[in-house]
Design a protein around this ligand. Structure first.
Ligand code: HEM
Length: 451
C-alpha cells in the first residue's frame, strides 16, 4: 500500500544562482525537438528533466524557445503568480484565436479573462454537475449498444461520440434529434478544417479551396447553428428553469449588471466544446487501455464498484490522468521579467509547467511507470505535482465535470461490458489534435453481449 507521503515529500527548489541566460537544454533545432515530441509525447519532457534538471529550455516549432518547469516549488511560483505576470491567454491565442474567437476565456488575460471566467465557473461547479449524471449514463448506454460483439474495434471514436453528445445536451442544451445530428455534422467538418490550418502559414486566403477559405466557411456554418441555438433558448418560455449551461449563462450577469452578448456566448460555447470534448474522450480511452492491461487493478475496481464504492474508481481516474496526461503542460507567457529557479527570464519568455515531466518523477510518484491507483486513495493530490488540469487562476474550468463524466461512463462500461485488449502490448501515445491519445485508439473486444 502506497502512502500519502509520496506526494507530500517534495524536493527543494534548486539553490539560488543568478544567470541572465535561459536555463540549459538540448541544442538540436526546433524541428528535431518537434519530431521527438511527436514520436514520444509522454516521454519527451521527462527525458530532459532527468538530463538538465528542474528547469530547462527547448526550442519548439511554432512557439519558439520554451522554458519548461518540472519541480513543484517552481510550479507553485508560476501558479500563484499574478495574472499580470503570467499570460496564459497570449500563449494559447497563437494557435487558438481564429477558432475560439476574441472573447474566449482560454485566449484572454488579466481583467477580461477574469470577467469571462467568473461567469463560466458556477455552471461547472462540483455540486451543479451532478444533475447531468443521468443524462451522461443514458448517452453512454446508447453508444454502447453500437459495439460489435466478438470483434476488435477502436474504443476512442465511441468515447468521442459520448463526450460530444454530453456537451451538446448538457452544455448547449440541444435535445432535438435532428438538431443534434446537424450539430455533429457541422462540428465534424469544423474539426477537420481546424486541423488543416494548424500551421500559421496556412492562415491566408489563397482562393476558395485553400485550407483557410474552407476553414472560414466551416466556422461560419457552425456559428450560424450556435446563434440559432442562442436565439431558440432566449425565446423559450422555460429558460428560467432549464439547467443546461447555455441557459445558465443567459441568466448570468457580469459585475456591472450586463448580460453576456451573443458573441461572448458563442465564443465560450466553442471554447467549452473544444476544451472539453476530445480531452475527456481521450482520458476515458486511456483509462480503459490501462485497465485492460493491468488485471490486478481491473479486478479490484470491479470489486469496489460491486460494493457500491466510488473511492477506488476516483483514484483510478486520477492515476490515469497522471500516467497518461492528455495535455502535457500548461502554457504561460511572461508579461514582465521573472526570476525563477536562479534564472532571470526576460518578458516574452514561454514558461510552461510540465505535467508530463512531474508525473514521472520517482521522488514524487515512486515507480512512476506502474499503474497504481492506490497512490491517490488518501487525500487530495498535490496540485503542484499532479497537474493534468493545469493550475492557479487558469485551472481547467471543466475539471470536476470531466472527472464526474469519467466516473459515470467508466462505471457503465465496467458494469455492463466484458471488454478485453486483443493485443496485450501497451498502446503508444500519439498526438491527436489537441490531445495525446492511444496510438491505436484503444483497441478492445467485447467478449460477450452487454449485460
Ligand atoms: C480530462 C479532461 C480534461 C483535461 C485533461 C483538461 C485539461 C485542461 C488544461 C491542462 C487546461 C489549461 C489549464 C492551465 O492553463 O492552467 C484546461 C483549461 C480549460 N478547460 Fe479543460 N480539460 C478537460 C476537460 C474539460 C471540460 C470537460 C471542460 C468544459 C466542460 C473544460 C474547459 C476548460 C476551459 C474553459 C479552460 C480554460 C480555463 C482558463 O483559461 O481560465 N475542460 N483544461
Amino acid at each position: 500500500m502506497v502512502r500519502r507521503v509520496e506526494q507530500a515529500t517534495l524536493p527543494r527548489a534548486p539553490a539560488a544562482r543568478t544567470r541572465s541566460q535561459l536555463p540549459p537544454g538540448p541544442k538540436g533545432p526546433a524541428l528535431l525537438q518537434g519530431l521527438r515530441y511527436a514520436r514520444d509525447p509522454h516521454g519527451f519532457l521527462g527525458r530532459f528533466q532527468r538530463r538538465y534538471g528542474d528547469i530547462f529550455t527547448v526550442p519548439f516549432p511554432i512557439i519558439g524557445k520554451v522554458v519548461w518547469i518540472a519541480e513543484p516549488t517552481l510550479v507553485k511560483e508560476v501558479f500563484t503568480g499574478t495574472p499580470e505576470q503570467f499570460h496564459a491567454g497570449e500563449a494559447n491565442a497563437t494557435v487558438l484565436e481564429p477558432v475560439l474567437g476574441p472573447n474566449s476565456v482560454l485566449t484572454l488575460d488579466e481583467a477580461p479573462h477574469m470577467r469571462q471566467r467568473k461567469l463560466l465557473l458556477p455552471p461547472f461547479h462540483g455540486e451543479r454537475i451532478r444533475r447531468y449524471g443521468e443524462l451522461m449514463r443514458t448517452i453512454a448506454r446508447r453508444e454502447m449498444e453500437s459495439w460489435p460483439v466478438g470483434e476488435t474495434f477502436a474504443l476512442r471514436p465511441h468515447t468521442q461520440r459520448i463526450t460530444l453528445a454530453v456537451i451538446l445536451e448538457a452544455v448547449f442544451g440541444v435535445h432535438d434529434e435532428e438538431r443534434l445530428q446537424r450539430a455533429e455534422r457541422l462540428i465534424g467538418t469544423f474539426g477537420k478544417r481546424v486541423n488543416a490550418i494548424a500551421l500559421p502559414v496556412l492562415r491566408r486566403n489563397l482562393g476558395p479551396w485553400s485550407p483557410w477559405a474552407r476553414f472560414l466557411r466551416a466556422r461560419e456554418a457552425f456559428d450560424e447553428f450556435i446563434y440559432e441555438e442562442i436565439e431558440i433558448r432566449r425565446r423559450e418560455a422555460e429558460v428560467e428553469e432549464r439547467d443546461d449551461v447555455l441557459s445558465l449563462l443567459l441568466r448570468a450577469r457580469h459585475d456591472d449588471g450586463t448580460p453576456m452578448g451573443d458573441g461572448e456566448l458563442r465564443d465560450e460555447l466553442v471554447t467549452v466544446l473544444g476544451a472539453g470534448h476530445e480531452t475527456t474522450a481521450t482520458a476515458i480511452a486511456w483509462a480503459m487501455e490501462r485497465l485492460l492491461r493491468t488485471p490486478r487493478v481491473l479486478a479490484k475496481l470491479r470489486e469496489s464498484l460491486a460494493a457500491g464504492e466510488d473511492d477506488y474508481l476516483d483514484a483510478t481516474i486520477k492515476e490515469t490522468l497522471r500516467i497518461r496526461p492528455v495535455i502535457i503542460d500548461a502554457a504561460r507567457k511572461l508579461n514582465e521579467p521573472l526570476r525563477i529557479g536562479g534564472y532571470d527570464l526576460p518578458a516574452g519568455t514561454c514558461v510552461f509547467p510540465a505535467a508530463a515531466a512531474l508525473h514521472y518523477r520517482e521522488d514524487l510518484f515512486p515507480d512512476p511507470h506502474e499503474f497504481r491507483p492506490e497512490r491517490f486513495l488518501d487525500g487530495k493530490p498535490n496540485g503542484y505535482a499532479w497537474l493534468p488540469f493545469g493550475g492557479g487562476v487558469r485551472r481547467c474550468i471543466g475539471a470536476a465535470f470531466a472527472e464526474y463524466e469519467m466516473r459515470v461512463v467508466l462505471r457503465e462500461f465496467l458494469e455492463r461490458a466484458e471488454l478485453s485488449a486483443p493485443d496485450p502490448k501497451p498502446e503508444r501515445a500519439r498526438i491527436r489534435n489537441i490531445t495525446v491519445a492511444p496510438a491505436r485508439e484503444a483497441r478492445v473486444r467485447l467478449d460477450r453481449p452487454l449485460r
